[in-house]
Design a protein around this ligand. Structure first.
Ligand code: TXA
Ligand code: MG
Length: 354
C-alpha cells in the first residue's frame, strides 16, 4: 500500500501551482487519478511502459484490454498515431475537445502495452479544465483508463476513486463530479467503414452527420439477447457491475413494470434479501412505503441527467449493501443508447420482459 494524496482543485479556475507536484510525478511514472468531462481516469505518462503496466496490475485489468491515450491538441495526435485518415480530422474538428475516442494506427513511439499489443491506439482530447491543464503542464500524452477496479462501475467523483483505489495510486485530483458521467464514444477508424465500438457521450446521430457510413458495432446492443459478446477487445458483457444482482425490467406499460418489481421484490424480501430500486423521479412515488432502498436517476425525459447519475446510483446502492437491484428500461435515443449499454452490461444481460 502507498499513501494516496488528495489534491483539491477548482474545476472552473484550476491553478498551476497546486498541480506542480502532480505534474512532476506524472512525468516520472506516478499514477494520478484526474477528472474528465466523462468519468475519472487513472493517468500516467503514455511513454512509460512500466507505469502503464502498473495500471493494469492495480486495476486487475486483463492485459488484452487496451487503454485510451489523452492528448492536448491535434498537433499531439500526430505524435501518438500514424497514417491518420481524413475521417479522423473531420471528427476531431467537430467533436474535440469532447467525449469521443478514435481508434487509429499506433505511432511506434507509443509503447505497445498501452494498446494491449495491438497495432492501433485509442485517443481523445478531453474537455475539462483540469485534464487540459494537466496535459499542458506535463507536455506528454496521458494514458488513462477509467479510475475503477476492473468490471466495477466507473468513477464520477473523487470519492468513488478512493473507494476503489485508495492506497494503490499516488494522487487523486479532486475536481468535483464529472459533467457527463458516462464514458466517451469509441469509434474505430482502422476498418473499411467506421464503427462505434462503445456508445458514449457523443450520439450516433451526430456522428452520422459527419460520417454517413458509420454503424454501431457490438452486436448485443442491437439484439438485446445477452448472448453476443462483441469482437472489440475489452467490450466484455460483464462490466460496470454492482456487487448486487441488477435486473432491468422492460415493458411498454409502466404499470406492469411497477407491479412486477413489487411482486418479485416481496418474494426476495421473504427470502431475507435486501432490495434496491433505481428508477426515475416520476416513479419513485410508487415505492414510498415499500421495504427497499430507492435511488432516483432523475427525470425520465432527461437522458443527460440519467447518464450523469447512473454510476453514482449504482455505487450508492452497493454501499447500502443491497443484494438485488431493480431498474427499468429508458429511451435508447441520443445519450440513451450509452445508458442502455451500461445498464445492460451492469446487469450482465438480465433483462426481464413483463
Ligand atoms: O471517457 C472515457 O473514455 C474514459 C475517460 C477517462 O477518458 N476512459 C475510459 O477508459 O472509459 P476505459 O479504459 O475504461 O475504456 C476504454 C475503452 C475500452 O472499451 C477499450 O477496449 C477501448 O476503449 N479501447 C482502447 N484502446 C482500444 C484499441 N486500440 N482498439 C479498440 N478499442 C480500444
Ligand atoms: Mg472502464
Amino acid at each position: 500500500m502507498i499513501k494516496t494524496k488528495i489534491v483539491q482543485i477548482n474545476r472552473d479556475n484550476p491553478d498551476e501551482y497546486s498541480l506542480k507536484e502532480v505534474v512532476k510525478g506524472l512525468r516520472v511514472g506516478k499514477l494520478i487519478a484526474f477528472p474528465t468531462e466523462t468519468v475519472y481516469g487513472i493517468g500516467t505518462n503514455a511513454y512509460n511502459k512500466d507505469s502503464i503496466g502498473r495500471i493494469f496490475q492495480i486495476k486487475k485489468r486483463p492485459t488484452f484490454d487496451p487503454i485510451i491515450v489523452h492528448i492536448l491538441n491535434n498537433y499531439q495526435l500526430e505524435k501518438v498515431a500514424s497514417n491518420i485518415p481524413e475521417e479522423a480530422w473531420k471528427l476531431a474538428e467537430r467533436f474535440w475537445p469532447g467525449p469521443l475516442t478514435l481508434v487509429l494506427k499506433r505511432h511506434p513511439d507509443i509503447p505497445a502495452n498501452v494498446s494491449a499489443n495491438l497495432n492501433t491506439i485509442a485517443v481523445r482530447i478531453p474537455k475539462h479544465n483540469i485534464a487540459s491543464l494537466l496535459l499542458e503542464l506535463s507536455k506528454v500524452p496521458i494514458a488513462a483508463p477509467s479510475a475503477n477496479l476492473f468490471a466495477r462501475p466507473s468513477s464520477t467523483t473523487a470519492k468513488h476513486v478512493l473507494d476503489d483505489l485508495n492506497g494503490l495510486i499516488d494522487y487523486v485530483i479532486d475536481g468535483g463530479s464529472c459533467q457527463i458521467g458516462i464514458e466517451s464514444t469509441v469509434v474505430d477508424l482502422t476498418k473499411e467503414k467506421p464503427v462505434i465500438l462503445r456508445p458514449g457521450g457523443i450520439n450516433f446521430d451526430d456522428l452520422k452527420k459527419v460520417l454517413p457510413l458509420i454503424s454501431v458495432g457490438p452486436k448485443y446492443i442491437i439484439n438485446n439477447d445477452g448472448k453476443d459478446i462483441s469482437s472489440s477487445p475489452g467490450m466484455l458483457l460483464k462490466h460496470y457491475s454492482p456487487k448486487a444482482n441488477l435486473y432491468i425490467v422492460r415493458s411498454n406499460l409502466l404499470e406492469s413494470i411497477i407491479k412486477f418489481i413489487k411482486a418479485d421484490a416481496l418474494k426476495n424480501i421473504e427470502n431475507g434479501k435486501k432490495i434496491g430500486i433505481m428508477i426515475s423521479n416520476n416513479e419513485i412515488k410508487y415505492f414510498k412505503d415499500f421495504n427497499a432502498e430507492t435511488v432516483t436517476l432523475g427525470s425520465e425525459t432527461n437522458l443527460n441527467e440519467i447518464a450523469h447519475n447512473l454510476f453514482e446510483c449504482i455505487r450508492k446502492l452497493d454501499s447500502l449493501g443491497v443484494d438485488i437491484i431493480y431498474t427499468k428500461i429508458f429511451s435508447k435515443r441520443g445519450l440513451g443508447l450509452a445508458v442502455w449499454d451500461r445498464m445492460f452490461r451492469a446487469s450482465e444481460g438480465k433483462v426481464i420482459d413483463v
